[in-house]
Design a protein around this ligand. Sequence first.
Ligand code: DGT
Ligand code: CA
Ligand code: CA
Ligand code: ZN
Length: 592
Amino acid sequence: MPKGNASNAELASIFATMSQLLELTGANRFKVNAYSRGARVIESRTEDLVALALEEGAKKKLTAIDGIGQGIAEAIIEFATSEDIAEHDELLSRVPAGLMQVLDIPGLGPKTVRAMWQEMGVEGIADLKRIIDDGSIKELPRMGAKTIENIKEAMEFQARSGGRTPLGIAMPLAEAVQEELRAVKGVKQLQFAGSLRRGRETIGDLDFLACTTKPDDLREAFCTMEGVEKVLARGETKSSVRLKRDGLLIQADLRIVPASSFGAALMYFTGSKEHNVRLRERALKHDLTLNEYGLFPEDDEDTPPQSRGVKAVASKDEEAIYSALDLEFVPPELREDDPVEGLAATGAGLIDVSDIKAELHAHTTASDGRMSIEELAGAAKVRGFHTIAVTDHSVSSAIAGGLDPDRLRAHIDAVHEADGRVKGISILAGSEVDIKPDGSLDYDDDLLAALDIVVASPHSSLAQDPKAATKRLVSAIEHPLVHILGHPTGRLLPKRAGLSPDMSKLFEAAAGSDTALEINAHWKRLDLRDAHVRGALEAECLIAIDCDVHSEGHFDNLRYGILTGRRGGLTPASCINTWGKAKLHKWLKSKR
Ligand code: DGT
Ligand code: CA
Ligand code: CA
Ligand code: ZN
């Protein structure tokens, strides 16, 4: 598919990115410089190079331009004809996406960022913040107090550029604020609402609701709490602040409402807008009117009922309002669309964090994880899991320390040996095996058959065209030795879209071959995403929710995977991680 409307600027930015990626991966200077020069040259040209690349004798015409060599000319032609550059995809798959944000911090060059990544395991802003906070950043060369101070300043500045905040960043921040404000004298109720309560994958702003006997105190606490950079509004019922914490800049609203209408306000400000609209329509059909103060009898007056002392039919809690509308309670995660349909399909018995009994996608120090087999097993045991699967990377993921067949054989023995030694949890020998662009797997069948569990995931060529991506993923799903398709699209929030296969074909294949589809719980992935989960369930697929553990903290991302599952209507029965040990192991063995 020719990319007819791509501009020189777009092309230039790809080459500039590639140059940075090359530098981060430690490529030689010549190539790094050639690409960055190429980017500048491309940007400065007035003729349309993408169009030129589709002409007869394109290569000759392109290399005739000073600053464009063979390699770059070929890449431009590849871009013009196929819409992507394989080398670009390959580089993107090797470098953690968060690292580019670190590189974007003013004053941080590729050399320093590479050292942070390779020597301290920094993969994004949160990691950088961690090594600054615990002081380990000082171990890097030329890292004095002044430099560190500058980096901190710059991180805050970068965060200002804004955009929507990933769920996994917004949630801990909102919970911290919630806890602080609940401790303020007079506060009876305080709860975040909005998209965060609905568990959306990204969050625009934070919405808090409160009931208090001392509104002045709460307003004061809100407007002066840690990190408030600017008070945008400070009214009777609504205050707004710009909040800056941990390098993140986000707006937060606080609404103080009467205790008698807390439920109605919580419902209104949880949204979504669409859900509210449906509820109001439904109210009208019942001769009722619904607003943020309550559900009232409809009487055709212009003045709102609450200001005329009209008694609400329901207002104090959400349950009562749904019930007065003849609806079951709709969990916030399902409040995106029609309340009746949404609920009728899946309202009761949605999955919960406490249902999860196994982690089936985890890495150790054998590839790019931070924990040994024993440490991983210990962390899983603490969480009450009956099973942990060790699934290190396969040989193609070289940058992630992927195991060649000999190392994998030794690793299988080490895992089985640990399983015999460690009591109270079952440790499975597995692999996160790369699905190559053509759909073949990274190990031969004999080796795969020696594994207790196989998670097959795409890591490279993630800009592949949809048809090829569908074929690739379907063949992995249908491979008789594969148990789980890991992070099916390979997307990374917020920027990398990942593969866009025909999902219905994937669902059909997965249901037909009894292969589970993963919800990767890392907040950067959430892949399957909510809508995909719903589709998969409609096709009667099995779902796995896994944390893709690389370090102990990753286990805590489980809640984001659960929220995503709930948004898709997931119940425990369809999620293999909730099954008892005997059932899970029997299912695993059915593919051996
Ligand atoms: P966000 O912040 O962009 O991630 O998304 P939300 O859903 O948190 O939206 P936000 O913060 O603009 O408003 C919070 C909730 O308030 C929203 O989900 C529904 C409710 N709401 C806000 N504005 C309107 C409106 O104009 N009509 C209705 N029906 N509801 C609204
Ligand atoms: Ca919001
Ligand atoms: Ca808001
Ligand atoms: Zn993984």
